[in-house]
Every structure is written in C-alpha cells, then in structure tokens.
Design a protein around this ligand. Structure first.
Ligand SMILES: [Zn+2]
Length: 138
C-alpha cells in the first residue's frame, strides 16, 4: 500500500527529528500529484505508529497544487484533469513542474512538558515513580 510506505518513511523522519519525544501533530506538505488519499494516509499513520512515541499523533496535511511552468513563455498553469504537460498558452512542450510532487515534513508539535499527572491520590504515594532499588533497603 502506497500510504503505508509513505507513513513508514514519515515516521522515521519524525522520530529522527523529535528524538523519541511524544508527538502531538505532524505537519506535512503533500503535492497533488502524489495522489495521496488523506483518509487512507491517516489510517495508515495510526497503524504504522502504533506502539511508538508517535502513537496518537495527528497528521495535518497542507495540500500543494500541481503547477506547471512553461520554459518558453513563463506562463504558470495549474494542472488539472484533462490537461497535458504542454503549455496551454503557447503550446510548448518545454515545461516543468514547479510544485505538486512534494511529500515533505514541515513541522512537528511535540509535548514540551511532561504530561499532566493523572488525577488521583498524591502525597502519601509520592514515591510511586521511583525505580526499584532507589530507596534504602529496609
Ligand atoms: Zn508557453
């Protein structure tokens, strides 16, 4: 599945960028020509990141239109269904894509602070978090 392999690459990039900190939101620029289905990508993401520090994070997709630029007349054209890769203004075939093929990690929101302590007894149970052996032997 196309989306799964994209998510695996993305998860690896996010993990490198965040050093394993818990992640809230992952921001992406996704070009139109990638033909990514957002719902499929989000589904693949929850599946790929399950059990990792990225688990529970959300994807925020910024869609990038596919834009063609003509090398001869410099006209920029938004690619659309039924349009080829030749320039609609002058007919030149010497065109190139300016955008539309992106799949780029642009930003990540991480939890900067420790997550809030769960509501419950505190104080008399304050040493709960110490690892075994941290207290003097009794
Ligand atoms: Zn042209």
């Amino acid at each position: 599945m196309h989306e799964v392999s994209l998510c695996r690459q993305l998860a690896a990039a996010v993990t490198r960028a965040t050093g394993g900190r818990p992640v809230e939101t992952v921001y992406l620029r996704v070009g139109e020509l990638r033909q990514v289905v957002p719902e499929a990508l989000e589904y693949a993401w929850t599946f790929v990141v399950r059990g990792t520090p990225l688990s529970g994070s959300a994807l925020a997709l910024d869609h990038v239109p596919a834009v063609l630029r003509c090398d001869d007349c410099a006209v920029r054209t938004r690619l659309g269904p039924g349009l080829g890769f030749s320039c609609p203004a002058c007919g030149s075939a010497r065109t190139h894509l300016m955008s539309g093929e992106e799949f780029v990690l642009t930003a990540v929101d991480v939890h900067d602070e420790m997550p809030p302590a769960p509501a419950g007894p505190v104080g008399d149970d304050a040493q709960r978090g110490l690892p075994d052996g941290a207290l003097s032997p009794s």
